[in-house]
Structure formats: C-alpha cells, structure tokens
Design a binder for this molecule. Structure first.
Ligand SMILES: *Cc1c(COP(=O)(O)O)cnc(C)c1O
Length: 336
C-alpha cells in the first residue's frame, strides 16, 4: 500500500526492529531502564533543555504539559485548529479543569499578537486565570515564522504567562527552515515532540523542560497510565530514529514538492505549495472524491477521501510511488 494519509503510518524498518530487540532494559517506573535514561538525556541535549520524559503519545505529552503548568480554573490560550485544543478530546478541560481560550489561526500558523493580548484576562473574580500560551510548530505542515514565535514568547513573558510548544513535527520545521532545534524552542517552558510520525518509530513522544517540570510531569504520567516498564524497547527505536531518520526528512520535503508540482498539472485540483511533508489539495466540487479514493484503493493507494485533502510524504513513500499515484489519479480524473 502507498499510504498518503499521514506520516504516522510509517513502519519500523528491519534495522530499527533489530535495535529494539537488542535494547538493554530495566523497569522505567523505577528509573532503572538504561536505554530510556540515555535517550531522554540525548533528546534533552538536542533540545537544549535540562530534562526530557518519554511518554506513549503526543496527546499525553501535551496533556501532561498543560496539567503541569495549570491548576484547576486556570486558562490556556491556544489556536482553535491546534492539536492541543481540537484533536485531544478536550483532555485539558475534562481531566484538568483547565479552561481553553481558543483563537483563530492565521494563514502562516500563528495567532495574532493583539488577539492574544486582548484575550488575557485581568485579575478579577469574574474571570479564569490566564496562565499559559500554547503554540504549535509545524502547523498543518507550515513552519511558523521564528521571529513571530519570539515576539509571542515575549508578549507572554510581559504578561507573566508560561509557554508550551506542541512540536510534534519540530524536526521537520528545523530541516525546512535550516534553523537548529534549540533555536526553535528557546524561551518555551515545555516542548512536546513526536517520534512516531516522520521519524518512523512505532510509538513514543517526549516532553522536554526543566528538572522541576519533568518531576511534576512524571507524577501526571503515572496518573494517566503512561508509566511504562521495560520501555527501553521503545527508546531504542527512538534512538535509531534520531540517528538515522532526521537528515532524511529532507527527502520527504523534496517529495512533497515533486508531488505538488505533478498534481498542479492535473485539471480540477487546486494545490497549495508545501513547506514540509504535507501537500494540501482541493478537488473541484464536481469531483466525486469518495469514488476517487475507492478506485485508488484498488490500485493499492490510500488517500483520505474529502474535497480538501491532506497528502503526506514519509519514509515509506518514494519518488516512484508519487509518480504512480499521480499517473493513476490523472487517469481517474479523466474518466470522472
Ligand atoms: C500527531 C500530533 C499530536 C499527537 O500525537 P499522538 O502521538 O498521535 O497522540 C500532537 N500535535 C500535533 C501537531 C500532531 O500532529
């Protein structure tokens, strides 16, 4: 199957599985797993933070960050299409009593600074206590402008707010912008990063921050059921991904550009130029996208069937796969 639905569909390669099988392990809830400890330190060093904590998913990582920063009745400011607000089942509100203040997301993935400023509540019994600004990078495959991020952090600081970054695909942002990871996360109080997407590990995310935050985070992780025992098996896959799969994200970005270029030559599709590994396309309204997706599936190609569709490149998609997909799609659009 050539699967364009997401980079979460990537499968661990043989060498990664071998590294997992050979991992030295211990009980990580006791802090005894040498592989986990080593990879947590490695990620902390890569991000320029004091510590990092292995967690099962990006959703849990973001939730732990929110729970660690905010008390019941506190408020976080967030983009209304950001993952921490829209795609995490309302966890912060449901489990933490943390009030979301969603704001519209601008075309470049940012939140307008004056909208952030005007949504910060005064210290008054009528209001929730505004406590945290939560940003996202990349957002829908876009690298949020680094200068903007610095201004947003400064605004937050001026108003005594903490800052969290959902950096699920931060390595894509680093590769695409040519900036270092520490420079992209500087000033945040916590950063979440996923290894189960373009980096190709089967599972796992990390939350990065200072010692104090990570100590609190460990308690929340245990409460949420995320304390894992011989987690070195997972950490070994992450280590393999860090060593082998970061530099090759460039290929995914080049493949996304190729895909966008070839698709733009087909009629009845609008194509947004990609910055990283995601190509957003829109089929004209007369196109039967359900039928297109069904027909593609018969050719072993998977796409999400909707008028506005996200196509994602990753390590299990080659240039040849892209050419095959565009060829098949062109045939289908002709007879549609
Ligand atoms: C995928 C994703 C997450 C959550 O990761 P899971 O491991 O799927 O829970 C968080 N934020 C963003 C922006 C994501 O794309």
């Amino acid at each position: 199957m050539i699967d364009f639905r997401s980079d979460t569909v990537t499968r661990p390669c043989h060498a990664m599985r071998k590294a997992m099988a050979n991992a030295e392990v211990g009980d990580d809830v006791y802090g005894d797993d040498p592989t986990v400890n080593g990879v947590q330190q490695k990620v902390a060093d890569m991000f320029g933070t004091e510590a990092a904590l292995l967690v099962p998913s990006g959703t849990q990582s973001n939730l732990i960050a929110l729970l660690s920063h905010c008390q019941r009745g506190d408020e976080y400011i967030v983009g209304q299409e950001y993952h921490t607000y829209l795609y995490e089942a309302g966890g912060a509100a449901t489990l933490g009593g943390i009030v979301p203040q969603p704001l519209p997301v601008e075309a470049d993935g940012s939140l307008f600074l004056d909208k952030i400023q005007s949504s910060i509540k005064p210290d008054d019994v009528h209001f929730a206590k505004t406590r945290l600004l939560s940003l996202e990078n990349t957002h829908n495959g876009k690298v949020v402008p680094p200068e903007y991020i610095n201004s947003a952090i400064q605004l937050a600081r001026d108003n005594q707010l903490l800052c969290h970054l959902d950096g699920a695909r931060l390595f894509n942002a680093a590769i695409a912008s040519g900036r270092s990871v520490p420079s992209l996360v500087k000033g945040f109080d916590s950063v979440s990063v996923c290894f189960s997407k373009g980096l190709g590990a089967p599972v796992g995310s990390m939350l990065c921050g200072n010692y104090n935050l990570i100590e609190q985070a460990k308690r929340w992780r245990k409460m949420l059921g995320g304390g894992m025992r011989q987690a070195g098996i997972v950490a070994a896959a992450i280590d393999f991904a860090l060593e082998n799969n970061i530099h090759r994200l460039k290929e995914d970005h080049e493949n996304a550009l190729l895909l966008a270029e070839l698709l733009s030559e087909i009629g009845n599709i609008r194509v947004n130029p990609p910055q990283t590994n995601m190509v957003y396309i829109e089929f004209d309204s007369e196109v039967d996208t359900q039928k297109i997706a069904r027909k593609l599936r018969q050719k072993n190609i998977l796409i999400s069937a909707s008028r506005r569709t996200r196509l994602v490149t990753h390590l299990n998609i080659s240039e040849q796969d892209i050419e095959k997909f565009v060829y098949e799609l062109r045939q289908l659009m002709r007879i549609n």
